[in-house]
Design a protein around this ligand. Sequence first.
Ligand SMILES: Cc1cc2nc3c(=O)[nH]c(=O)nc-3n(C[C@H](O)[C@H](O)[C@H](O)COP(=O)(O)O)c2cc1C
Length: 369
Amino acid sequence: MSKDLAPLLRPFACKSLNLANRVAMAPMTRMRSPGYIPDDAVAGYYRRRAEGGVGLIVTEGTTVNHVAANGYEQVPAFHGEALAGWQAVVDAVHEAGGSIVPQLWHVGGIRRPGTGPDKDVPGYSPSGCHAPGKCKGHAMSKQDIDDVIRAFAEGARDAKALGFDGVEIHGAHGYLIDQFFWAGTNLRDDEYGGSLDNRGRFAREIIAAVRAEVGEDFAIILRFSQWKQQDYSARLVETPDELAQFLAPLVEAGVDIFHCSQRRFWEPEFDGSDLNLAGWVKKLTGKPTMSVGSVGLDGDFIGNAQTGMGGDAGVSDIDELVERMARDEFDLIAVGRALLQDPQWLQKMREGRVEELAPYDKSALATLS
Ligand SMILES: Cc1cc2nc3c(=O)[nH]c(=O)nc-3n(C[C@H](O)[C@H](O)[C@H](O)COP(=O)(O)O)c2cc1C
Protein backbone atom coordinates (compact mmCIF):
# COMPACT_ATOMS: atom_id res chain seq x y z
CA MET A 1 0.00 0.00 0.00
CA SER A 2 1.41 3.37 -0.98
CA LYS A 3 1.69 6.37 1.27
CA ASP A 4 -0.50 9.44 1.26
CA LEU A 5 0.26 11.14 -2.06
CA ALA A 6 -0.24 14.68 -0.73
CA PRO A 7 3.26 15.92 -1.72
CA LEU A 8 2.52 14.99 -5.35
CA LEU A 9 -0.92 16.56 -5.32
CA ARG A 10 0.07 20.11 -4.45
CA PRO A 11 -0.58 22.65 -7.20
CA PHE A 12 2.36 24.07 -9.12
CA ALA A 13 2.73 27.31 -11.04
CA CYS A 14 5.48 28.68 -13.26
CA LYS A 15 4.69 31.48 -15.69
CA SER A 16 2.02 30.21 -18.10
CA LEU A 17 1.84 26.82 -16.38
CA ASN A 18 -0.80 26.46 -13.70
CA LEU A 19 -0.96 22.84 -12.74
CA ALA A 20 -3.47 21.15 -10.46
CA ASN A 21 -0.76 18.77 -9.23
CA ARG A 22 2.86 17.75 -9.75
CA VAL A 23 2.37 14.61 -11.78
CA ALA A 24 3.13 14.87 -15.50
CA MET A 25 2.68 12.40 -18.30
CA ALA A 26 6.15 11.83 -19.77
CA PRO A 27 6.62 12.40 -23.51
CA MET A 28 6.09 9.10 -25.31
CA THR A 29 6.36 8.56 -29.04
CA ARG A 30 3.42 6.50 -30.24
CA MET A 31 3.83 6.54 -34.05
CA ARG A 32 0.07 6.62 -34.53
CA SER A 33 -0.49 9.89 -36.37
CA PRO A 34 -1.39 8.93 -39.96
CA GLY A 35 0.20 11.29 -42.48
CA TYR A 36 2.12 12.86 -39.57
CA ILE A 37 -1.11 14.49 -38.35
CA PRO A 38 -2.54 13.77 -34.90
CA ASP A 39 -6.13 12.63 -35.37
CA ASP A 40 -9.14 12.10 -33.11
CA ALA A 41 -7.68 8.91 -31.67
CA VAL A 42 -4.60 10.86 -30.55
CA ALA A 43 -6.78 13.59 -29.03
CA GLY A 44 -8.83 10.94 -27.19
CA TYR A 45 -5.64 9.29 -25.86
CA TYR A 46 -4.44 12.54 -24.31
CA ARG A 47 -7.93 13.48 -23.12
CA ARG A 48 -8.14 10.23 -21.13
CA ARG A 49 -4.87 11.04 -19.32
CA ALA A 50 -6.20 14.53 -18.46
CA GLU A 51 -9.44 12.95 -17.23
CA GLY A 52 -7.32 10.60 -15.15
CA GLY A 53 -6.09 13.67 -13.29
CA VAL A 54 -2.47 14.21 -14.33
CA GLY A 55 -1.45 17.82 -13.77
CA LEU A 56 0.54 18.13 -17.00
CA ILE A 57 0.80 16.26 -20.25
CA VAL A 58 4.05 16.48 -22.19
CA THR A 59 3.14 15.26 -25.66
CA GLU A 60 5.08 12.65 -27.57
CA GLY A 61 7.99 14.18 -29.48
CA THR A 62 6.59 16.19 -32.40
CA THR A 63 8.89 17.32 -35.15
CA VAL A 64 9.78 20.89 -36.03
CA ASN A 65 9.64 22.22 -39.58
CA HIS A 66 13.02 21.10 -40.89
CA VAL A 67 13.62 18.61 -43.68
CA ALA A 68 15.49 16.16 -41.45
CA ALA A 69 13.59 16.66 -38.18
CA ASN A 70 11.52 13.47 -38.40
CA GLY A 71 12.78 9.98 -38.99
CA TYR A 72 9.82 7.77 -38.31
CA GLU A 73 6.52 6.92 -39.89
CA GLN A 74 3.46 8.34 -38.15
CA VAL A 75 5.37 10.51 -35.72
CA PRO A 76 3.36 13.73 -35.68
CA ALA A 77 4.71 16.92 -37.21
CA PHE A 78 4.37 20.29 -35.53
CA HIS A 79 3.83 22.46 -38.58
CA GLY A 80 1.51 22.81 -41.54
CA GLU A 81 -1.64 20.70 -41.62
CA ALA A 82 -0.71 18.90 -38.40
CA LEU A 83 -1.35 22.06 -36.39
CA ALA A 84 -5.13 21.68 -36.79
CA GLY A 85 -4.78 18.19 -35.31
CA TRP A 86 -2.83 19.61 -32.39
CA GLN A 87 -5.51 22.24 -31.87
CA ALA A 88 -8.01 19.43 -31.29
CA VAL A 89 -5.59 17.79 -28.84
CA VAL A 90 -5.13 21.00 -26.84
CA ASP A 91 -8.87 21.60 -26.74
CA ALA A 92 -9.61 18.03 -25.61
CA VAL A 93 -7.07 18.24 -22.78
CA HIS A 94 -8.27 21.65 -21.64
CA GLU A 95 -11.91 20.52 -21.71
CA ALA A 96 -10.91 17.71 -19.36
CA GLY A 97 -9.25 20.22 -17.01
CA GLY A 98 -5.66 19.33 -17.90
CA SER A 99 -2.59 21.26 -19.03
CA ILE A 100 -0.42 20.32 -21.98
CA VAL A 101 2.88 21.25 -23.62
CA PRO A 102 4.23 19.87 -26.90
CA GLN A 103 7.67 18.28 -26.92
CA LEU A 104 9.44 19.87 -29.89
CA TRP A 105 11.86 17.42 -31.45
CA HIS A 106 14.55 17.06 -34.08
CA VAL A 107 15.88 13.51 -34.27
CA GLY A 108 19.27 14.54 -35.72
CA GLY A 109 21.59 11.80 -36.85
CA ILE A 110 19.22 9.09 -35.63
CA ARG A 111 17.29 9.56 -38.85
CA ARG A 112 17.96 6.85 -41.41
CA PRO A 113 17.53 7.58 -45.13
CA GLY A 114 14.50 5.73 -46.43
CA THR A 115 12.29 6.78 -43.54
CA GLY A 116 9.60 9.39 -43.83
CA PRO A 117 8.57 11.97 -44.57
CA ASP A 118 11.43 12.93 -46.98
CA LYS A 119 12.92 9.55 -47.68
CA ASP A 120 16.12 10.68 -49.43
CA VAL A 121 17.23 13.04 -46.69
CA PRO A 122 20.18 11.82 -44.58
CA GLY A 123 20.45 12.22 -40.82
CA TYR A 124 21.64 15.71 -39.87
CA SER A 125 23.96 16.03 -36.92
CA PRO A 126 26.81 18.20 -35.64
CA SER A 127 29.52 16.12 -37.32
CA GLY A 128 27.64 13.54 -39.35
CA CYS A 129 27.80 11.04 -36.48
CA HIS A 130 24.76 9.45 -34.87
CA ALA A 131 26.97 7.67 -32.34
CA PRO A 132 30.67 7.80 -31.49
CA GLY A 133 32.61 6.48 -34.49
CA LYS A 134 29.46 6.03 -36.59
CA CYS A 135 29.58 8.93 -38.99
CA LYS A 136 27.72 8.36 -42.24
CA GLY A 137 25.31 11.29 -42.00
CA HIS A 138 25.32 14.95 -42.95
CA ALA A 139 27.48 17.32 -40.87
CA MET A 140 25.47 20.47 -40.36
CA SER A 141 26.57 23.78 -41.87
CA LYS A 142 26.04 27.10 -40.15
CA GLN A 143 23.05 27.59 -42.43
CA ASP A 144 21.59 24.24 -41.31
CA ILE A 145 22.06 25.30 -37.70
CA ASP A 146 20.27 28.59 -38.31
CA ASP A 147 17.44 26.78 -40.12
CA VAL A 148 16.88 24.40 -37.21
CA ILE A 149 16.98 27.20 -34.64
CA ARG A 150 14.32 29.02 -36.66
CA ALA A 151 12.22 25.87 -36.90
CA PHE A 152 12.19 25.44 -33.10
CA ALA A 153 11.31 29.12 -32.64
CA GLU A 154 8.43 28.83 -35.09
CA GLY A 155 7.21 25.66 -33.40
CA ALA A 156 7.14 27.44 -30.05
CA ARG A 157 5.35 30.40 -31.58
CA ASP A 158 2.71 28.03 -33.00
CA ALA A 159 2.41 26.21 -29.67
CA LYS A 160 1.54 29.46 -27.97
CA ALA A 161 -0.91 30.43 -30.71
CA LEU A 162 -2.69 27.06 -30.39
CA GLY A 163 -3.18 27.58 -26.66
CA PHE A 164 -0.62 25.11 -25.31
CA ASP A 165 0.37 25.93 -21.73
CA GLY A 166 4.09 26.08 -22.44
CA VAL A 167 6.63 24.24 -24.55
CA GLU A 168 9.21 21.53 -23.98
CA ILE A 169 12.41 21.37 -26.05
CA HIS A 170 13.74 17.80 -26.48
CA GLY A 171 17.43 18.07 -25.67
CA ALA A 172 17.81 14.52 -24.34
CA HIS A 173 18.50 10.86 -25.19
CA GLY A 174 21.02 11.32 -27.99
CA TYR A 175 18.83 13.20 -30.50
CA LEU A 176 19.97 16.36 -32.30
CA ILE A 177 20.39 18.84 -29.46
CA ASP A 178 22.01 16.16 -27.32
CA GLN A 179 24.31 15.25 -30.22
CA PHE A 180 25.64 18.80 -29.91
CA PHE A 181 25.97 18.50 -26.12
CA TRP A 182 27.76 15.15 -26.29
CA ALA A 183 31.49 15.12 -27.07
CA GLY A 184 31.04 11.61 -28.50
CA THR A 185 29.00 12.94 -31.43
CA ASN A 186 30.14 16.57 -31.59
CA LEU A 187 33.56 16.69 -33.26
CA ARG A 188 33.21 20.25 -34.57
CA ASP A 189 36.06 22.70 -34.37
CA ASP A 190 33.96 25.85 -34.72
CA GLU A 191 32.06 27.75 -32.01
CA TYR A 192 29.55 24.88 -31.69
CA GLY A 193 32.11 22.24 -30.74
CA GLY A 194 35.01 21.60 -28.39
CA SER A 195 34.40 22.99 -24.90
CA LEU A 196 31.29 22.19 -22.86
CA ASP A 197 30.35 25.84 -23.29
CA ASN A 198 30.61 25.62 -27.08
CA ARG A 199 28.66 22.35 -27.18
CA GLY A 200 25.85 24.10 -25.33
CA ARG A 201 25.70 26.98 -27.81
CA PHE A 202 23.21 25.37 -30.21
CA ALA A 203 20.73 24.70 -27.38
CA ARG A 204 21.22 28.19 -26.00
CA GLU A 205 20.53 29.74 -29.38
CA ILE A 206 17.37 27.63 -29.72
CA ILE A 207 16.17 28.63 -26.25
CA ALA A 208 16.90 32.31 -26.88
CA ALA A 209 15.10 32.21 -30.25
CA VAL A 210 12.14 30.45 -28.64
CA ARG A 211 12.06 33.04 -25.87
CA ALA A 212 12.11 35.87 -28.42
CA GLU A 213 9.03 34.35 -30.12
CA VAL A 214 6.94 33.48 -27.06
CA GLY A 215 7.71 36.37 -24.71
CA GLU A 216 8.72 36.33 -21.05
CA ASP A 217 5.62 34.70 -19.59
CA PHE A 218 5.40 31.48 -21.61
CA ALA A 219 7.06 28.58 -19.80
CA ILE A 220 9.99 26.92 -21.56
CA ILE A 221 10.98 23.46 -20.37
CA LEU A 222 14.26 21.88 -21.49
CA ARG A 223 14.55 18.09 -21.28
CA PHE A 224 18.10 16.80 -21.07
CA SER A 225 19.80 13.61 -19.94
CA GLN A 226 23.18 12.22 -19.16
CA TRP A 227 22.23 8.87 -20.75
CA LYS A 228 21.91 8.38 -24.48
CA GLN A 229 19.94 5.76 -26.35
CA GLN A 230 23.30 5.03 -28.04
CA ASP A 231 24.98 4.44 -24.65
CA TYR A 232 23.08 4.26 -21.37
CA SER A 233 26.30 4.88 -19.44
CA ALA A 234 27.27 8.07 -21.31
CA ARG A 235 27.64 11.25 -19.27
CA LEU A 236 27.77 14.90 -20.28
CA VAL A 237 29.26 15.99 -16.96
CA GLU A 238 31.10 14.17 -14.17
CA THR A 239 30.88 16.62 -11.26
CA PRO A 240 28.47 19.14 -9.74
CA ASP A 241 30.82 21.94 -10.85
CA GLU A 242 30.66 20.81 -14.45
CA LEU A 243 26.91 20.49 -14.21
CA ALA A 244 26.70 24.06 -12.91
CA GLN A 245 28.84 25.25 -15.82
CA PHE A 246 26.62 23.39 -18.27
CA LEU A 247 23.39 24.81 -16.81
CA ALA A 248 24.17 28.46 -16.12
CA PRO A 249 24.19 29.57 -19.77
CA LEU A 250 20.96 27.62 -20.43
CA VAL A 251 19.28 29.47 -17.58
CA GLU A 252 20.63 32.72 -18.97
CA ALA A 253 19.18 31.84 -22.38
CA GLY A 254 15.70 31.44 -20.90
CA VAL A 255 14.98 27.93 -19.58
CA ASP A 256 12.25 28.05 -16.91
CA ILE A 257 12.08 24.37 -15.94
CA PHE A 258 14.62 21.60 -16.42
CA HIS A 259 13.21 18.14 -17.16
CA CYS A 260 16.03 15.89 -16.03
CA SER A 261 15.72 12.48 -17.61
CA GLN A 262 16.93 9.42 -15.72
CA ARG A 263 15.92 5.83 -16.26
CA ARG A 264 15.61 5.33 -12.46
CA PHE A 265 14.61 8.46 -10.56
CA TRP A 266 16.04 7.24 -7.24
CA GLU A 267 19.64 6.96 -8.45
CA PRO A 268 22.09 9.52 -7.00
CA GLU A 269 23.75 11.61 -9.68
CA PHE A 270 27.11 12.11 -7.97
CA ASP A 271 28.96 10.36 -5.16
CA GLY A 272 28.51 11.74 -1.67
CA SER A 273 24.86 12.79 -1.93
CA ASP A 274 21.60 11.02 -2.61
CA LEU A 275 20.28 13.88 -4.76
CA ASN A 276 19.18 12.69 -8.18
CA LEU A 277 19.82 14.68 -11.38
CA ALA A 278 16.71 16.83 -10.93
CA GLY A 279 17.70 17.42 -7.31
CA TRP A 280 21.14 18.66 -8.30
CA VAL A 281 19.80 20.85 -11.09
CA LYS A 282 17.31 22.48 -8.74
CA LYS A 283 20.02 23.02 -6.13
CA LEU A 284 22.49 24.49 -8.62
CA THR A 285 20.15 26.73 -10.62
CA GLY A 286 17.29 27.51 -8.23
CA LYS A 287 14.95 26.65 -11.11
CA PRO A 288 12.06 24.21 -10.78
CA THR A 289 12.86 20.73 -12.03
CA MET A 290 11.00 17.64 -13.20
CA SER A 291 12.30 14.15 -12.54
CA VAL A 292 11.36 10.88 -14.25
CA GLY A 293 12.31 7.24 -14.40
CA SER A 294 10.53 3.99 -13.50
CA VAL A 295 7.87 5.58 -11.32
CA GLY A 296 5.43 2.93 -10.15
CA LEU A 297 7.35 0.17 -11.93
CA ASP A 298 10.01 -2.34 -10.96
CA GLY A 299 11.94 -2.32 -14.26
CA ASP A 300 13.68 0.29 -16.43
CA PHE A 301 12.79 1.86 -19.71
CA ILE A 302 14.80 0.35 -22.58
CA GLY A 303 14.80 0.76 -26.31
CA ASN A 304 14.29 3.51 -28.84
CA ALA A 305 11.86 4.38 -31.57
CA GLN A 306 13.67 2.15 -34.06
CA THR A 307 14.05 -0.99 -32.00
CA GLY A 308 10.76 -0.49 -30.20
CA MET A 309 10.16 0.93 -26.76
CA GLY A 310 10.42 -1.91 -24.33
CA GLY A 311 10.90 -2.10 -20.64
CA ASP A 312 8.19 -4.49 -19.49
CA ALA A 313 7.88 -4.13 -15.71
CA GLY A 314 5.73 -5.00 -12.74
CA VAL A 315 3.86 -2.59 -10.50
CA SER A 316 5.75 -1.08 -7.56
CA ASP A 317 4.91 1.35 -4.79
CA ILE A 318 5.95 5.00 -4.95
CA ASP A 319 6.93 5.53 -1.32
CA GLU A 320 10.41 6.79 -2.14
CA LEU A 321 9.03 9.23 -4.68
CA VAL A 322 6.60 10.62 -2.13
CA GLU A 323 9.42 11.06 0.38
CA ARG A 324 11.65 12.87 -2.11
CA MET A 325 8.83 15.15 -3.22
CA ALA A 326 7.88 15.89 0.38
CA ARG A 327 11.49 17.10 0.80
CA ASP A 328 11.09 19.26 -2.35
CA GLU A 329 14.15 17.65 -3.88
CA PHE A 330 12.47 18.42 -7.23
CA ASP A 331 9.12 19.96 -8.16
CA LEU A 332 7.46 17.73 -10.72
CA ILE A 333 7.52 14.05 -11.61
CA ALA A 334 6.93 12.63 -15.05
CA VAL A 335 5.38 9.19 -15.36
CA GLY A 336 5.85 7.29 -18.59
CA ARG A 337 4.99 3.63 -19.04
CA ALA A 338 2.65 3.40 -16.04
CA LEU A 339 0.44 6.10 -17.59
CA LEU A 340 0.74 4.61 -21.05
CA GLN A 341 -0.54 1.35 -19.65
CA ASP A 342 -3.38 2.90 -17.67
CA PRO A 343 -4.81 6.43 -18.07
CA GLN A 344 -6.31 6.04 -14.59
CA TRP A 345 -2.94 5.31 -12.97
CA LEU A 346 -2.88 8.42 -10.80
CA GLN A 347 -6.51 8.06 -9.78
CA LYS A 348 -5.93 4.45 -8.77
CA MET A 349 -2.79 5.36 -6.81
CA ARG A 350 -4.64 8.18 -5.05
CA GLU A 351 -7.43 5.86 -4.04
CA GLY A 352 -5.13 3.01 -3.01
CA ARG A 353 -6.54 0.77 -5.76
CA VAL A 354 -3.07 -0.57 -6.49
CA GLU A 355 -4.31 -4.11 -7.02
CA GLU A 356 -6.21 -2.81 -10.09
CA LEU A 357 -2.97 -1.72 -11.80
CA ALA A 358 -1.55 -3.98 -14.49
CA PRO A 359 2.18 -4.47 -15.12
CA TYR A 360 3.60 -2.51 -18.05
CA ASP A 361 3.61 -4.68 -21.11
CA LYS A 362 4.75 -3.28 -24.42
CA SER A 363 1.72 -4.79 -26.09
CA ALA A 364 0.10 -1.61 -24.70
CA LEU A 365 1.87 0.15 -27.60
CA ALA A 366 -0.37 -1.63 -30.09
CA THR A 367 -3.30 0.71 -29.46
CA LEU A 368 -3.94 4.26 -28.29
CA SER A 369 -6.18 3.15 -25.45
C1 LIG B 1 6.85 4.18 -25.78
C2 LIG B 1 7.81 5.23 -25.30
C3 LIG B 1 8.08 6.33 -26.11
C4 LIG B 1 8.95 7.35 -25.66
N1 LIG B 1 9.12 8.48 -26.44
C5 LIG B 1 9.80 9.53 -25.94
C6 LIG B 1 9.80 10.79 -26.61
O1 LIG B 1 9.14 10.99 -27.66
N2 LIG B 1 10.50 11.80 -26.06
C7 LIG B 1 11.21 11.64 -24.91
O2 LIG B 1 11.85 12.59 -24.44
N3 LIG B 1 11.22 10.46 -24.24
C8 LIG B 1 10.50 9.43 -24.71
N4 LIG B 1 10.42 8.26 -23.98
C9 LIG B 1 11.03 8.19 -22.64
C10 LIG B 1 9.99 8.57 -21.57
O3 LIG B 1 9.60 9.93 -21.67
C11 LIG B 1 10.53 8.33 -20.16
O4 LIG B 1 11.62 9.17 -19.93
C12 LIG B 1 10.94 6.89 -19.92
O5 LIG B 1 9.95 5.99 -20.42
C13 LIG B 1 11.17 6.61 -18.45
O6 LIG B 1 9.98 6.82 -17.74
P1 LIG B 1 9.12 5.54 -17.22
O7 LIG B 1 10.12 4.65 -16.56
O8 LIG B 1 8.12 6.15 -16.27
O9 LIG B 1 8.51 4.89 -18.41
C14 LIG B 1 9.59 7.23 -24.42
C15 LIG B 1 9.33 6.10 -23.62
C16 LIG B 1 8.44 5.11 -24.05
C17 LIG B 1 8.16 3.95 -23.14
